[in-house]
Design a protein around this ligand. Structure first.
Ligand code: PGA
Length: 248
């Protein structure tokens, strides 16, 4: 059985003042949980959040990184820089990065490798658009995205990786995949990894993401292949985020 992980993805939200309030609320409520908890924050707040989380059980994460180690890449942030702030996790291949910033499967795979090279666990996001779901190619899309990483990193790399299945049509829309829809894709992902290494596949954390909230978390998290959540909007409200963590 994989462990469980609930990670907040703050996206481009926050301010020093708002973060302090949110973190105080989250930190005060994380005792006695059956899951690991992380928050993936905007780069400028890594230092603030690192300090606020020190001595707590909550892990720090970032939302993106460069595939390059260093050099003339204006505006980019390397894995080693994230490691300087003790990031445990970094999201790679979020659908907003893929669709708004043109990140390719190959680039996402390179970022995955760069993160692991610095000892940071990548949270690899996979997911289909509404059009792709409606044309019946969900599994083909998720397989293509996953295989691109497997080809470069190999199955052994999944010992230190997390997968997040995030149907694009469910992100920030209020539409959630039904527990059955999500479970089917999670099982497909695990099955595809199992073709390479069944023990590895059985232990990989596969989170669901896409409008997960207190009212639907328990049902989603009760599915056998859903091992936690990657939480956007609901991670910005301490009580909602904690309610999801308690639903695990
Ligand atoms: P959401 O975002 O929970 O607001 O749908 C999830 C995500 O994009 O990681």
């Amino acid at each position: 059985m994989p462990r469980k992980l609930v990670a907040g993805n703050w996206k481009m939200h926050g301010s020093l003042a708002d973060n302090a309030t949110l973190l105080a609320g989250v930190v005060s409520g994380v005792q006695d949980l059956d899951c690991e908890v992380a928050v993936c924050v905007p780069f400028p707040y890594l230092s603030q959040v690192q300090q606020a989380l020190s001595g707590t059980l909550i892990r720090l994460g970032a939302q993106n990184l460069s595939e390059h180690a260093k050099g003339a890449y204006t505006g980019e942030v390397s894995a080693a820089m994230l490691k300087d702030f003790a990031c445990a996790y970094v999201i790679v291949g979020h659908s907003e990065r893929r669709s708004l910033y043109g990140e390719t499967d190959a680039q996402v795979a390179a970022k995955f490798v760069a993160a692991q090279g610095a000892g940071i666990t990548p949270i690899l996001c996979l997911g289909e658009s509404l059009q792709e779901r409606e044309s019946g190619v969900t599994e083909a899309v998720v397989a293509r995205q996953l295989d691109a990483v497997l080809a470069v990193a190999g199955i052994a790399a999944f010992a230190k990786a997390v997968i997040a299945y995030e149907p694009v049509w469910a992100i920030g829309t209020g539409l959630t995949a039904t527990p059955e829809q999500a479970q089917a894709v999670h099982a497909f992902i695990r099955g595809r990894l199992a073709q390479h290494d069944s023990a590895m596949a059985a232990n990989v954390v596969i989170q669901y993401g896409g409008s997960m909230k207190p009212s639907n978390a328990a049902e989603l998290l009760s599915q056998p292949d859903i091992d936690g959540g990657l939480i956007g909007g609901a991670a910005l409200v301490a009580e909602d985020f904690l309610a999801i963590c308690r639903a695990v």
